[in-house]
Write a protein that binds this ligand. Structure first.
Ligand SMILES: Cc1cc2nc3c(=O)[nH]c(=O)nc-3n(C[C@H](O)[C@H](O)[C@H](O)COP(=O)(O)O)c2cc1C
Length: 203
């Protein structure tokens, strides 16, 4: 099984990427599990325009990116709260995929990141407006890394004990559910039910 980790911050060295590394390490302890990470801060994608449909030169990375996404059985999507919103790079990422494969009918665990007590707007926005055409399936479970500077640090002395431990336990719980959904949705994708030729866009 393969889980893709999408880091939604524009920053090259982001707290979201730090949380991503923490979740990847937690996944790595499970046998037979592979991960792949796309950090939109380190690998920025061009803003969507219609030349995507005619394979314009700025979209040369799309086929290899599509192959990586196709190979994933599920995703973790990590997004910082910026001005109460999801960063534009992540919204742009969701615009790029609308075919069978890629994100479609695959489970995704949303994880918001906040320096303080925020993060809820990110979860609401992702659940409301990111999946209609790409058909990503958000899990009914979510993570919010609040006070993120006190969590998930490789140097354990920088972690606030109770806060970090509670988040870590919540991560383990959510990851187990993600993996169970990833197994459960695979037969649905293979059942011959999905018809994105007739119904390219969601209603
Ligand atoms: C432009 C900007 C806007 C922000 N707006 C919010 C916000 O609305 N709510 C919040 O809880 N934190 C906000 N923050 C703090 C971020 O949640 C915090 O800095 C986080 O670590 C940024 O994540 P990143 O390092 O993954 O980019 C904002 C940070 C930036 C840079």
């Amino acid at each position: 099984m393969k889980i893709g980790v999408i880091i939604g911050s524009h920053r090259k060295d982001s707290q979201s990427a730090k949380v991503g590394r923490f979740l990847e390490t937690a996944l790595a302890s499970r046998s037979g599990l592979h991960t792949w990470t796309l950090d939109l801060g380190k690998t920025p994608l061009p803003l969507w325009d219609e030349s995507l449909w005619s394979n314009g030169p700025q979209w040369s990375a799309i086929p290899s990116l599509k192959a990586e996404l196709d190979a994933c059985d599920g995703f973790i999507v990590i997004a910082p709260e910026w001005h109460g919103m999801v960063p534009a790079a992540l919204k742009n990422f969701f615009l790029l995929w609308a075919a069978t494969g890629e994100l479609s009918h695959k489970p995704a665990l949303p994880c918001a990141v906040s320096a303080g007590e925020g993060g809820a707007y990110v979860i609401s926005e992702l659940r409301m407006s990111s999946y209609k055409n790409n058909r990503l399936c958000w899990l009914p479970e979510q993570l919010i890394a609040r006070h993120v500077k006190s969590l998930c640090n490789e140097d354990a002395s920088q972690n606030e004990g109770d806060l970090h431990d509670a988040f870590s336990a919540r991560c383990d719980y959510a990851l187990e559910l993600l993996l169970a959904y990833a197994s459960a949705l695979k037969p649905i994708r293979n059942a011959g039910l999905i018809d994105h030729e007739t119904y390219m866009n969601g209603m």
